[in-house]
Design a binder for this molecule. Structure first.
Ligand code: ATP
Ligand code: MG
Length: 561
């Protein structure tokens, strides 16, 4: 079946447009986002969320949020709550359509009975090892279970007993009766129900048998009237099985369409591996700002707009590929460039005394909030005789192309004055630079010289007696290898030991005292930052650096023409 994409539509949208044109499903479009609540969702899930909600929105349809909670023990309400919060934060609304596969347990049980009664399912007493053995391989056909031909009534009875808890875990399973010789291993009499004496986060201890994912997923879609069931490529081989269930049960048939999952370099994207990082204490939690989880990205300062833009740009494909994480960073830079208020923060301060500035004088200098946003206005920044600049904005013995401050050289202090370095004060024993002595030119107020004299360097700064201490967290990639998912090394050995750099001596301009949790800023020349909700306190704000200003993606784009 080949369907051509119309211009401007991706292949999934083209299929949907075609179905609409042909009057399928009475013109309805229903999609769903079906997470298993066994972890916090990551940027890959975000792609799926944007795709499912986006497509429904674009074609006048609706999108359900359904938790595929068929795995008690691994699942938890903590995860349900976090996933709901994350979907909302990304900007999507499931309205009244919040569902749980566990709400369908009764129906699914009835479906299973129906299959047994049709002679299409049987209770099997092989051990899990035997079932695996009998299954065969890709090159060898499987072997039929000795229980396969047991009478229908016997299977019905045994299945009911499984349900009432008469048997031990692993002693009995319900299997579909399809074809042990099928070239598709999923069709070789797959297990559809197993005994699990586990507590479920919603149904409690009511059930001791649980449907396998493959038996729950397609039927849940059908029960909800999902017209287009979008899933990742690894489910392509499961589609014949899902179609078989739907046909045998004679219920509404959703159309499954597979797309390539998102892979990002320098990232792992499996809840199992992310959980491993959390449990081993390699990160501070699911929402550690280095994590590719939605909650981690939010804490780091990524905006919902930037993530939606990213999802748009990567689009959907039929073949797996790996996306450069620099593109995600590019998206957030573009967004914050338009919106983030510019402020001055000195991450690693070096004291500067301006010798010809009166000791008791203070003045307020006007600073523009965002040159990209004419409505953003200005604010006043205090200036005085003692200021701090960035340590690496000074070099005593600079190489040729160093345009920042050095002895005898002049630079501009942003929004303030030109200063010239006249002396360097050092620790007598260690030689460490403790302080610079400078002079300023009163005829350069605002950072522009009346005589048209130019300087090459501009530094940000804070006034010593007005500055507020701030905490700063600088992040680097969480993994040292570009493709940690396929490395031979163990996950802990792949974690970048320098992925977090905590700065404790940083200083911010006084306006930062009122910064609110989640608020984002551009620290001039240092990057985009946002206030960390967890680490900030009333007397000290902690800022996460979302990204630096260096845009390797844009550079790459330019190089490629
Ligand atoms: P993980 O292996 O990370 O746990 P999963 O597929 O098992 O992922 P689910 O909770 O079952 O996690 O996924 C919910 C939905 O999100 C599914 O429809 C799945 O296809 C989609 N999804 C998961 N990972 C990605 C990804 N990397 N790219 C795109 N979609 C994804
Ligand atoms: Mg899954």
């Amino acid at each position: 079946m080949k369907e051509k994409s119309a211009p401007g539509l991706n292949f999934i949208e083209s299929i949907i447009e075609n179905d609409l044109k042909n009057g399928k499903n009475d013109g309805n479009v229903v999609t769903r986002f079906p997470p298993e609540p066994n972890g916090y969702i990551h940027i890959g899930h975000a792609k799926s969320i944007c795709l499912n909600f986006g497509i429904a929105g674009k074609h006048g349809g609706v999108c359900n949020l359904r938790f595929d909670d068929t795995n008690p023990g691994k699942e938890d309400v903590e995860y349900v709550d976090s996933i709901k919060q994350d979907v909302k934060w990304l900007g999507f609304d499931w309205g009244e359509r919040l569902y749980f596969a566990s709400d369908y347990y009764e129906t699914l049980y009835e479906y299973a009975l129906k299959l047994i009664k049709k002679g299409k399912a049987f209770v099997c007493e092989l051990t899990p090892e035997q079932i695996r053995e009998y299954r065969g391989t890709l090159t060898e056909p499987g072997k039929e279970s000795p229980f396969r031909e047991r009478p229908v009534e016997e299977s019905v009875e045994l299945f009911k007993k499984m349900k009432s808890g008469d048997f031990d875990e692993g002693s009995h399973v319900l299997r579909a009766k399809i074809d042990m010789k099928s070239g598709n291993l999923n069709m070789r009499d797959p297990v559809i129900y197993r005994i699990l004496k586990a507590h479920h986060h919603r149904t409690g201890d009511k059930w001791v048998i649980y449907p396998m994912y493959d038996f729950a997923h397609g039927q849940s879609d059908s029960i909800e009237g999902v017209t287009h069931s979008l899933c990742t490529l690894e489910f392509e081989d499961h589609r014949p099985l899902y179609d078989w269930f739907i046909k045998e049960l004679e219920i509404f048939a959703p159309r499954q369409i597979e797309f390539a999952r998102l892979n990002l370099n320098y990232t792992v994207m499996s809840k199992r591996k992310l959980l491993q990082l959390v449990e081993a204490g390699l990160v501070s939690g699911w929402d550690d700002p280095r994590m590719p989880t939605v909650s981690g990205l939010r804490r780091r300062g990524f905006t919902p707009e930037s993530i939606r833009d990213f999802a748009d740009r990567i689009g959907v494909a039929k073949r797996d590929s790996t996306v450069d994480i620099a593109l995600l960073e590019h998206c957030v830079r573009e967004d914050l460039n338009k919106r983030a208020k510019r402020v001055m923060g000195v991450l690693d301060p070096l004291k500067v005394v301006i010798e010809n500035y009166p000791e008791d004088k203070e003045e307020e200098l006007e600073a523009i909030n965002n040159p990209e946003d004419p409505d953003s206005g200005t604010r006043m920044v205090p200036f005085s005789r003692e200021i701090f600049i960035e340590k690496d904005d000074f070099m005593e013995d600079p190489p040729k192309k160093f345009f920042r401050l050095s002895p005898g050289k002049e630079i501009r202090l942003k929004h303030a004055y030109y200063i010239k370095c006249v002396d360097v004060i050092k620790d007598e024993n260690t030689g460490e630079i403790l302080e610079l002595r400078c002079t300023y030119d009163p005829k350069t107020r605002g950072g522009w010289s009346e005589d048209g004299r130019k300087v090459k360097g501009t530094s940000h700064w804070v006034s010593a007696k007005h500055a507020v201490p701030i905490g700063v967290m600088i992040y680097d990639r969480l993994f040292t290898e570009e493709n940690p998912g396929s490395s031979d090394k163990e996950l802990p050995d792949l974690v970048n030991p320098d992925s977090l750099n905590v700065l404790n001596g940083s200083l911010g301009e006084p306006s930062l005292k009122n910064a609110k949790p989640g608020e984002y800023f551009q620290f001039l020349r240092q990057g985009y930052f946002c206030v960390d909700e967890k680490l900030s306190s009333s007397d000290k704000q902690v800022f996460n650096r979302t990204v630096s200003l260096r845009d390797s993606w844009a550079k790459l784009g330019k190089k490629r023409g």
